[in-house]
Design a protein around this ligand. Structure first.
Ligand code: NDP
Length: 335
């Protein structure tokens, strides 16, 4: 079983040297155990935080252990009555080709139906990133039809779903993304009303002007994935009684400071600002997944994937995600 371990903790930016490829034998299954061949590994920004020693809302990833990660695959051996060989499953299999799931796996391994939704989508639009979009939009921003919702990292796994779910609710959806290709995709393929290329607006004044043009009625809801100057620019356009779902601040994950320059705007605009961690709201996942699954199966929720080939490509692909080199949901194909 080939695996990728965390070899060392990053000092500043993470590098490929922080990871190590290893091989481990697979012991025969005990009663109640299941063996899964992972087909896809999901690469997600939260993994960068786990590489650090400092305690966040989650425990750090231990050194010399398999990197944590969501996976989708197929049961290849089972001594558990609930799982049959050939079942399509998703779980937290980690950065490895096979996952041996201990007895009591019903909670950690979920069977999925791949007749109308492709297996890989259970790691994206119909998985954790999709539920993240759904939760922040419906539970925190809670937009009314006709309101304007803005989302950063708009071409990504979370951001793409946010805008489309806002459109379903009758809102004006405006994205921010890096580069003309990503922006064209967000408008033409995902159906947002507008998308601003923040890289074409390197200073606060210019970005804030572009937001004013894209949001003539101001901003009622902001779904924040990035932080830094993008947040400052959006804050200048927020309406009275607007809401901000603080989902991620990827601009700072590799050590760049991301201060907020004018928190007084929260008071002046009587804003609601709420951070959230999607895994702490498991009670709402079934409702969210039902809507997301139906929208994907009927072609109303679109998504794009960047798929790196082979386990050994995972570290490089992961570092690319932190630099915006991915275009849509970043996956690794393991088979
Ligand atoms: P994406 O698919 O959106 O990929 C990350 C994107 O972030 C890149 O493609 C890039 O897009 C953008 N980005 C990277 N670095 C920077 C930077 N320095 N400045 C501006 N943009 C940058 O990832 P996800 O959809 O998986 O995640 C999006 C956000 O949601 C992340 O912040 C993540 O941590 C957060 N998240 C939070 C969860 C929660 O429970 N709170 C759960 C899941 C995700 P571009 O080229 O457009 O800049």
């Amino acid at each position: 079983n080939r695996q990728i371990l965390l070899a060392s903790r990053p000092e500043g930016e993470a590098t490929v040297a922080n990871f190590r490829l290893a091989e481990a034998p697979i012991a025969p299954l005990e009663d109640g155990e299941v063996l899964v061949r992972n087909h896809f590994l999901s690469l997600d920004p939260y993994m960068r935080g786990r590489m650090n020693e400092s305690k966040s809302y989650a425990q750090p990833q231990p050194l010399d252990e398999v990197m944590i990660g969501g996976t989708a695959g197929e049961v290849v051996a089972s001594r558990n009555a609930h799982f049959q060989v050939g079942d399509a499953v998703v779980g937290m299999g980690g950065w490895q080709e096979y996952q041996r799931v201990p007895a009591g796996a019903r909670g950690v391994l979920q069977k999925v139906d791949t007749r109308h939704v492709p297996l890989s989508a259970y790691l994206g639009a119909v998985g954790m990133p999709g539920v993240t979009a759904w939760y922040g939009l419906t539970q925190i921003i809670a937009p009314k039809a006709g309101e304007t919702v803005v989302v950063s990292a708009a071409s990504g796994a979370v951001g793409g779903a946010v805008g489309q779910l806002a459109k379903v609710r009758g809102c004006r959806a405006v994205g921010l993304a890096g580069g003309p290709d990503k922006c064209a995709y967000v408008v033409n393929e995902l159906g947002f009303d507008a998308c601003i290329d923040y890289k074409a607006h390197p200073d606060l004044k210019s970005l804030s002007k572009a937001l004013k043009e894209a949001c003539p009625n101001g901003i009622d809801g902001y779904f924040e994935n990035v932080g830094g100057m993008i947040l400052d620019a959006v804050m200048l356009r927020m309406n009275a009684f607007s809401r901000m779902a603080l989902c991620g601040m990827i601009a700072g994950y590799d050590g760049t400071p991301t201060p907020m320059s004018n928190p007084a705007l929260i008071l002046i605009n009587r804003m609601k600002v709420e951070g959230f961690i999607v895994s702490e709201h498991m009670n709402l996942w079934p409702e969210a997944l039902k809507e997301l699954g139906t929208l994907v199966a009927t072609g109303k929720l679109k998504y794009r994937e960047t798929v790196a080939q082979g386990l050994e490509s995972a570290p490089e692909a992961f570092l690319g995600l932190l630099k915006g080199r991915n275009f849509g949901k970043q996956l690794v194909k393991l088979i």
